[in-house]
Design a protein around this ligand. Structure first.
Ligand SMILES: [Cu+2]
Length: 125
């Protein structure tokens, strides 16, 4: 009887610790914690001097986290023409860029200055 109780307590402690670690991770990713919306994930591929997507419209909500995942054959830089602007550098390989949000409705262009191309237009509404 005693042994069983002890085991249950141990389990509860382990589970509790797991939950705490998980929610800390979430807290660190979101800057404000104000939005519990799922992030918009945009997969971007740079290959042979070209980029995919190329000028696509992506709908996002104001304050919704935007998560750019870059796969590239050489390092470069991405510009997000929001206010304030964001500049992200990436290396060859796969890079998960820091999440950002846009609070004001409108169209925000994400471009590669290396290629001088529009990657996506974020339509914030
Ligand atoms: Cu730019």
């Amino acid at each position: 009887m005693r042994a069983t109780t002890a085991r249950w307590i141990a389990l509860a402690v382990i589970t509790g610790a797991g939950l705490t670690a998980c929610s800390t991770d979430d807290g660190g990713k979101k800057d404000t914690g104000g939005s519990d919306e799922k992030p918009v994930v945009v997969d971007i591929t740079f290959k042979d001097g070209d980029v995919t997507p190329s000028g696509d419209r992506v709908d996002v909500s104001p304050g919704q986290p935007i998560d750019l995942k870059v796969t590239a054959d050489e390092p470069g830089e991405i510009h997000v023409h929001s206010d304030p602007e964001h500049e992200f550098e990436y290396d060859a390989g796969t890079t998960d860029l820091p999440e950002f949000q846009i609070d004001r409705p409108g169209i925000v262009v994400v471009e590669s200055h290396t290629l001088d191309k529009v990657i996506v237009q974020l339509e914030v509404k």
